[in-house]
Design a protein around this ligand. Structure first.
Ligand code: ZN
Length: 166
């Protein structure tokens, strides 16, 4: 047997190389209090009830939107915590909206930094590829504009304007 003529192969990566996902994550729900689930998000509920446990306690019904009625209306109100009135839920919605806005802004900042360092790395390995730099810069600017164009207040205004008074 001749062991010298074994074939030489390139390894096959498990995860194919691909363009990293460049889409920013924007929350798609209408209600930031319950994320359209009808149940107030646990971390928000804890602002009102610090000891609240998703596992052990009645879930607070969101009264900032219609999702609770639609999804849980048949389940019986006695099974839920209904003390989170419209005003509380609206405040939680605003707090969460603010959090998300910062989260998206952070994503943009991180990407801008990553893109900038990538550009520097490319410059060092490939001198003379300056048009690539311009493209990166344009992309960063475009993302910034996207974030600025996203109307964070729109849904809130709709809720606050349309809600009935207590
Ligand atoms: Zn809601």
């Amino acid at each position: 047997m001749n062991f010298d003529d074994l074939p030489q192969l390139e390894p096959l990566p498990l995860i194919p190389e691909q363009e990293e996902d460049k889409e920013l994550f924007y929350p798609s729900w209408q209600c930031f209090c319950c994320q359209d689930s009808g149940i107030v998000q646990q971390h928000l509920a804890r602002l009102i009830m610090p000891k609240y446990s998703w596992n052990n306690d009645k879930w607070p019904a969101c009264q900032n939107c219609d999702a609770f009625n639609q999804r849980w209306g048949d389940a019986g109100l006695q099974n839920f915590d209904t003390r989170f009135n419209l005003k509380i839920c609206q405040k939680l919605d605003l707090i969460s909206r603010d959090d998300w806005q910062q989260t998206v802004q952070r994503q943009i900042d991180i990407r801008a930094i990553a893109s900038a360092s990538e550009t520097i790395a490319k410059k060092m390995t490939m001198p003379g590829s300056s048009d690539r730099t311009a493209n990166d810069e344009r992309e960063v600017q475009q993302r910034k504009q996207e974030a600025e164009a996203y109307d964070w207040a729109a849904a809130t205004t709709a809720y606050l304007g349309g809600g009935e008074d207590e």
